[in-house]
Design a protein around this ligand. Structure first.
Ligand SMILES: Nc1ncnc2c1ncn2[C@@H]1O[C@H](COP(=O)(O)OP(=O)(O)OP(=O)(O)O)[C@@H](O)[C@H]1O
Ligand SMILES: [Mg+2]
Length: 263
């Protein structure tokens, strides 16, 4: 028994405990979800349309209240102390909500200040925008002329400058071309290596397997499988995903995993 490891165990940056959401119309979108994201980890949530991924993220952001259970950001209850919790989180969604009539620099400046950071100069903004790969000719152009990938870059630049310990991403690579998607994944890998705790939803099974320390599969609000990167080695995640969606039970899992070979 390694008690040393027990005592130095890190506290999670993001934690869902028995998180359950029943919407007003009776739809049970989340059913006793438990998950943890430690510093320096990426957790990828997979699951079909309506599985409960966005619901999970929206509870962490306090956009909606859970029916029962709790969501913690850096140990702070996201729905009981939302303002305090939000200082510990940055959020990038598929459709980054920025101002079309502001330039890239103006958007970054506005949202970084809104996030409580007032100590940055223009050159800090330029450094962040360079880091995410926005071409410098675009820095002073209005966002309404930007492609989706360019807007996404501004969103992640804001998240980087906010420098919060935890990051939430709802389908961040959806609609990006393969090169932009790859670049985005490389960036969040860097942020993970800097110690951020990242929870992302995605439909991109291959990228999830490549980048995530933990992959969770949600089906009808239930976490039907959770695997570490080591457990997924040599496993065809797409096949595993399809089997779980088809209703495979936990008991079937060991043989299933052993029989799956890398595609
Ligand atoms: N505001 C709402 N009111 C009622 N039901 C909702 C609401 N938002 C989501 N739902 C329902 O909750 C379930 C989970 O939805 P959610 O958006 O969390 O899924 P998701 O995993 O993000 O799906 P997708 O991959 O399509 O984004 C679905 O059945 C959805 O119809
Ligand atoms: Mg969603």
């Amino acid at each position: 028994m390694d008690t040393m490891n027990e005592t130095i165990k890190q506290a999670p940056l993001l934690e869902a405990r028995n998180l359950t959401k029943v919407y007003e119309d009776g739809v049970k979108a989340l059913d006793n979800l438990d998950l943890q994201v430690l510093p320096g980890e990426i957790y990828a949530m997979l699951g079909g349309n309506g599985a409960g991924k966005t619901t999970t993220i929206n509870i962490f952001l306090d956009f909606i209240q859970p029916t029962s259970g709790q969501a913690f950001i850096n140990g702070i209850n996201a729905n009981e102390e939302p303002l305090e919790a939000k200082t510990n989180i940055a959020f990038v969604s598929e459709n980054v909500q920025l101002y079309p009539n502001f330039t890239a620099i103006q958007n970054v400046d506005f949202f970084v200040r809104l996030g409580g950071r007032h100590n940055y100069s223009r050159s800090d903004y330029e450094t962040a925008l360079n880091r995410v790969g926005l071409q410098s000719q675009a820095f002073d152009k209005k966002l309404k002329d930007f492609s989706k990938g360019m807007r996404q870059k501004c969103g992640i630049a804001i998240a980087i400058l906010k420098d919060s310990p935890a990051i939430l991403l709802d389908e961040p690579t959806s609609g990006l071309d393969p090169k932009a998607g790859k670049e985005f994944i490389r960036l969040i890998g860097e942020l993970r290596d800097e110690g951020k705790g990242i929870l992302m939803s995605t439909h991109d099974i291959f990228r999830a397997k490549e980048i995530a320390n933990h992959v969770g599969i949600l089906n009808n609000g239930i976490l039907v499988a959770q695997k570490t990167q080591a457990e997924l080695k040599g496993v065809n995640l797409e096949t595993l995903y399809v089997e779980y969606m088809a209703g495979y039970m936990d008991e079937a899992e060991p043989s299933l995993v052993n029989n799956l070979s890398e595609a």
